[in-house]
Each structure stands twice: as structure tokens, then as C-alpha cells.
Design a binder for this molecule. Structure first.
Ligand code: TYM
Length: 339
């Protein structure tokens, strides 16, 4: 079992990241250890330069994101935690895979289409080739499982396509260069939606901070955001089918279920018939209770910048070791001489 996943350090860790991915990272680091496997988690700082950014902000966000991941339970004694920029093999492998990835495949990526919008010509080349770097991130370590939210599923499918084509073109069937990674997407909370619009996903790039719960929000802010969350005038239904066509209600019930470790059915069993005047305070309380310990740890960790940098340095040293055999095999398979 080789678990690999990443997150862009472009802002705060929010509830979507936590429920969609990071919670699974924490669970899987223990599973990997128990089975004699390994887990690698990284800050995708190289991905973050695909869109306009302020350099000082990126450096600050990278440190802040390490603190957030540690606060959520990622343990450097159990997982390899690092940032891409300290492991040059990611960028190197991206180039080697660029000969295999097809323009047509990248053109079909919905994230590219969404982010580029009508202005494709004005986008950076990095935004277009972003999924090739993401493929390199996982293939470099022979990842078997990649815990992500639903929005990253297509990128993972592309990584599999690249791996398969490379193996077909440059390796023998009994000795493939790359392992095909499996995306691990949580059955519940795979797609947490904005608190202001139940049809848009909760995202760091939403200009309204009211649209998301950040893991750094204090109790008052969380309660205020939940109270102001968009809803409809109907009471909650007693059955799951009654949530159909009610995107905002469905999102809030889903968040409650994921946070409480229960199911949508069980939450509706408890709150069916109740209005949002009753449900929202209960959801706010639950979020505050569950997130307060993470928040406390986060604030404490942020005060020790040298310790955060040391975690990244140690993680990167180990990641470079783990990356070496696959990168060597890739150069060799392509017929590239290196002395
Ligand atoms: P990023 O930084 O946008 O998000 C990090 C993780 O959080 C999940 N996520 C969500 N899950 C549920 N609901 C939401 N509203 C929500 N928003 C975000 C994402 O699915 C992701 O798992 N390209 C990636 C980072 C990356 C990566 C990789 C991931 C780079 N290389 C290799 C896996 C493997 C990204 O921008 O995620």
C-alpha cells in the first residue's frame, strides 16, 4: 500500500478539503503503517504557480498549510510530509511524461475548462499542463491509492491513462515502469458545496469568505457562517428522497452526517420535520466542537516556523530517496543516457 496525495497551498484549509480529503489522509496513514506500507502527503506549491500569485503569500501559505495538516492529525513520524519544490523529481518526471500525455486528453479536463473559461489564450502553459504534473506526483512514488475529493477524479483517470500509455509504449508487459493508481473518494462528503450556493463547490478561490468554513475560523465565525448559510423555507424531510432538488439543505445535512460520523438517513431521522431555525444551531455547535481542537493545535503550531520548516526538510529528504528508482527507470525506458 503506497498512499500519495497533495493539496495546493493557495489559502486556508476549508471544510471541503477536510471532509473530502484530509480526514481520509489521516485514516489512511494509519492503515498504511499497519500494513507495512507508506504514505506521502505534499503541498502542491509547484501547482500553485499555474495561476497569478504573490510569492511572499505563497511561502506564508505553504507554512500555514503544513501547520494545518499537522493540526488535523498528519503525523511526520507516520507519513512523509513535504512540499514539491524541495523534490525536483516531480518537475523532472512531468517533463518526461509530457511526451506521452496527449493534447486532446488535457483539453478535455473540466478543471482546465472551468478555470480558463473563455480566455484560454491568456492562460499560463502551466495551467494547461497542470494534470501532467499531478500525474508525475503520484506515478513518481508508485502510488497504489490516492485519497481525493470528487473534483480530482478526472485528473486521476488521466494519470492512469498516462501510466498505461507509457507502460505500453516503453516497457515490457511483465515489467511496467508505473503502477496504475486507484482514487479513493469518500462515499459521503466527496463534494462539499458552498454555503452561499448549493450548486457550486466549496472552494478557496470563492471571493466570499462566507461561502466556506475555514479550519482556522473561530467559534463565533463558524456559528455566524452557518446561520447565514443559504437554505429554503421548507422543514427538513424525514427521508433522503425528500432532499432531491434541495441542494443547500442536502449540503448542510451531508456536512452534519460527515462531521458526526453518521449517515444522512440517521440525521434526517433525528431532524426530519424540524426547520432550519433548529437545525442550523445544532450544525454550528457540532462544527465548533469538532473543529476547536484542530484550531487550537493549528494556532500553537504556527508560532514555531523553524519547526515547520524542519518537518518539510526531513520529509523532502525521504521523498527524494523514494522517488529515485522510478525516475531512473523512466529515463532508462525512454533511452535517455545519463552517464
Ligand atoms: P485542492 O488543493 O484543490 O484540494 C485538496 C483536496 O481537497 C479536495 N476538495 C474537496 N473535497 C470535497 N468537497 C470540496 N468542496 C472540496 N474542495 C477540495 C480535493 O478533491 C483534493 O483532494 N490538484 C489538486 C492537488 C494535487 C493532487 C496531486 C492531489 C496536486 N497533485 C496528486 C492528489 C494527487 C488540487 O488542487 O487539490
Amino acid at each position: 500500500m503506497r498512499i500519495v496525495s497533495g493539496i495546493q497551498p493557495t489559502g486556508n484549509l476549508h471544510l471541503g478539503n477536510y471532509l473530502g480529503a484530509i480526514r481520509n489522509w489521516v485514516r489512511m496513514q494509519d492503515e498504511a503503517q499497519a500494513s507495512g506500507g507508506e504514505s506521502l502527503y505534499f503541498l502542491a506549491d509547484l501547482h500553485a504557480i499555474s495561476q497569478p500569485h504573490a510569492p511572499a503569500q505563497l511561502a506564508a501559505n505553504t507554512r500555514e498549510m503544513v501547520a494545518a495538516l499537522l493540526a488535523c492529525g498528519i503525523d511526520p513520524a507516520k507519513s512523509v510530509l513535504f512540499n514539491q519544490a524541495q523534490v525536483p523529481q516531480h518537475a523532472e518526471l512531468q517533463w518526461l511524461l509530457s511526451g506521452t500525455a496527449r493534447m486532446g486528453w488535457l483539453n478535455r479536463m473540466t478543471q482546465w475548462k472551468d478555470k480558463a473559461g473563455k480566455n484560454r489564450e491568456g492562460q499560463s502553459v502551466a495551467l494547461f499542463t497542470y494534470p501532467v504534473l499531478q500525474a508525475a506526483d503520484v506515478l513518481l512514488y508508485q502510488a497504489t491509492h490516492v485519497p481525493v475529493g470528487d473534483d480530482q477524479k478526472q485528473h486521476l483517470e488521466l494519470a492512469r491513462d498516462i501510466a498505461q500509455k507509457f507502460n505500453n509504449d516503453f516497457a515490457s508487459a511483465d515489467k511496467p515502469v508505473f503502477t496504475l493508481p486507484e482514487p479513493i473518494i469518500p462515499p459521503e462528503a466527496a463534494r462539499i458545496m458552498s454555503l452561499r450556493d448549493g450548486t457550486a463547490k466549496m472552494s478557496k478561490s470563492d471571493p466570499s469568505d462566507m461561502s466556506r468554513i475555514n479550519l482556522t475560523d473561530d467559534a463565533d465565525t463558524i456559528m455566524a457562517k452557518v446561520k447565514k448559510a443559504k437554505t429554503d423555507p421548507e422543514p427538513l424531510p424525514g427521508e433522503k428522497a425528500g432532499l432531491e432538488g434541495r441542494a443547500e439543505a442536502s449540503n448542510l445535512v451531508g456536512i452534519y452526517a460527515a462531521m458526526a460520523g453518521s449517515s444522512v438517513e440517521a440525521v434526517l431521522g433525528e431532524f426530519g420535520g424540524a426547520g432550519f431555525g433548529k437545525f442550523k444551531p445544532a450544525l454550528g455547535e457540532l462544527l465548533v466542537t469538532k473543529l476547536a481542537p484542530i484550531n487550537r493545535r493549528f494556532v500553537a503550531l504556527c508560532t514555531d516556523q523553524p519547526a515547520l520548516d524542519a518537518v518539510l526538510r526531513a520529509g523532502a529528504t525521504r521523498a527524494r530517496e523514494l522517488a529515485k528508482p522510478t525516475l531512473d527507470a523512466t529515463y532508462a525506458a525512454l533511452g535517455l543516457l545519463r552517464g
